[in-house]
Design a protein around this ligand. Structure first.
Ligand SMILES: NC(=O)c1ccc[n+]([C@@H]2O[C@H](COP(=O)([O-])OP(=O)(O)OC[C@H]3O[C@@H](n4cnc5c(N)ncnc54)[C@H](OP(=O)(O)O)[C@@H]3O)[C@@H](O)[C@H]2O)c1
Length: 342
């Protein structure tokens, strides 16, 4: 363990105290705002999350420099960010995060995902009980911490969930104090099964203007069970940016859907509008206003982006007419195969 890592016992004592303070807040309504950013109770965990979090995939896949990540994360934490999501397989994401902010570990909640890695010798998926624990251990070393706040299974299949080894591995990691809570990250039937199993504290799932399956299929169930809910891909990869089919294949499906959905606010000259009533503002506010969603983990490599997006979200929920028009359009256009995108 690196010398500047907080010891596990010390870390757990501090986080338990933070949870108690936040539970005391719950008694008086909880939530509220800090640094101008809305905070929400994260299900039954006792944790409170700023509604705008940080998604760590982009810095890994786009190979952001350590200097950029250092600047980006420290500025965002100073401005009110308190939840960071990453995964072992996002290339160097965990290492970049650990190097940039491990020294201020008490300032944020740290979520990571396990089950497969991008690098040899462990390269590829491993959903065995021992494999999952080892994945968590590698993440702790890369993140330079003794424990994280949440580990989620990184989109394993329904079959793997049913086999149960991966869940047992995650529960082992929790018992060993390596993570405070456990969750499932994924979509569709697997996400539904994970919620109904009652074994998880949290769900991470795709919710945005181009991906609304979860709004009917899983979000109400997660809400009933008081699970913490993380909206992944919450700004729909901002696909209105592209004049033509993007080169990044990961953005193709939402680009195709947006063409068909034809939302006026994300077409023609409106695509360039900034501010809360431009496409980015509307997309973020749509996701944030879903009952049961607690935190939006927008991915970015741009240091100023977190504050810009926090300002867009400060405008609050969309007006009912606009909101209803987005839902109506979805029901009219979305095909049976418009399933949640991992
Ligand atoms: N299976 C899984 O568990 C899974 C799958 C996918 C994602 N995730 C998690 O969810 C996080 C978010 O997903 P994501 O990064 O794929 O999707 P996203 O957050 O919907 O989109 C990120 C993209 O939107 C752009 N963007 C952000 N704010 C913008 C704004 N105001 N205006 C214009 N463009 C803007 C970013 O570009 P800039 O760099 O220009 O800001 C980036 O390219 C990931 O980082 C990851 O942590 C998990």
């Amino acid at each position: 363990m690196k010398t500047n890592a907080t010891s596990r016992r010390e870390f757990l004592a501090v986080t338990a105290a933070m949870t108690a303070m936040s539970m005391a807040g719950c008694a008086t309504g909880g939530g509220g705002k800090r640094g101008g950013v809305e905070r929400r109770k994260f299900g039954a965990t006792g944790m409170e999350v700023a509604v705008l979090g940080f998604g760590g995939a982009e810095i890994g896949y786009e190979q952001a420099t350590p200097e950029t990540v250092n600047q980006l994360l420290n500025a965002a934490l100073d401005a009110g960010l308190n939840t960071i999501d990453t995964a072992e397989c996002y290339r160097e994401s965990e290492v970049l995060i650990g190097d940039a902010i491990a020294h201020r570990r008490r300032d944020f909640l740290l979520f990571t995902k396990c089950g497969h890695t991008a690098e040899a010798p462990a390269k590829g998926p491993d959903w065995t009980r021992d494999g999952v624990v080892k994945s968590v251990e590698r993440s702790l070393a890369r993140l330079r911490t003794d424990a994280v706040d949440l580990v989620l299974l990184h989109s394993c299949s329904l079959d793997e969930l049913k086999k149960g080894e991966c869940i047992a591995g995650l529960e082992d990691a929790k018992k060993q104090g390596k993570t405070r809570f456990i969750g499932y990250s994924g979509d569709g039937q697997a996400a539904k099964w994970a919620i109904e199993s009652g074994r998880f504290d949290a769900l991470e799932t795709s919710i945005n203007i181009c991906d609304q399956q979860a709004l009917n299929m899983t979000l109400p169930l997660a809400r009933e069970r008081n699970m913490g809910v993380i909206a992944k891909r919450p700004i729909a990869n901002a696909v209105w940016r592209y004049d033509e089919k993007p080169t990044n294949a990961y953005h193709h499906e939402y680009f195709r859907r947006l063409q068909q959905l034809g939302y006026e606010f994300a077409a023609g000259d409106h695509r360039k509008e900034l501010g809360p009533d431009g496409p980015a503002g509307i997309a973020l506010r749509f996701t944030a206003m879903q009952p049961g969603v607690h935190v939006l983990i927008v991915g970015t490599t741009k240091p100023q982006r977190w504050s810009e997006n926090a300002a867009l979200l400060a405008a609050g929920p969309l007006d009912k007419k606009l909101y209803d028009s987005i839902r109506t359009r979805w029901f009219a256009i979305a095909g049976q195969d418009w399933v949640g995108q991992t």
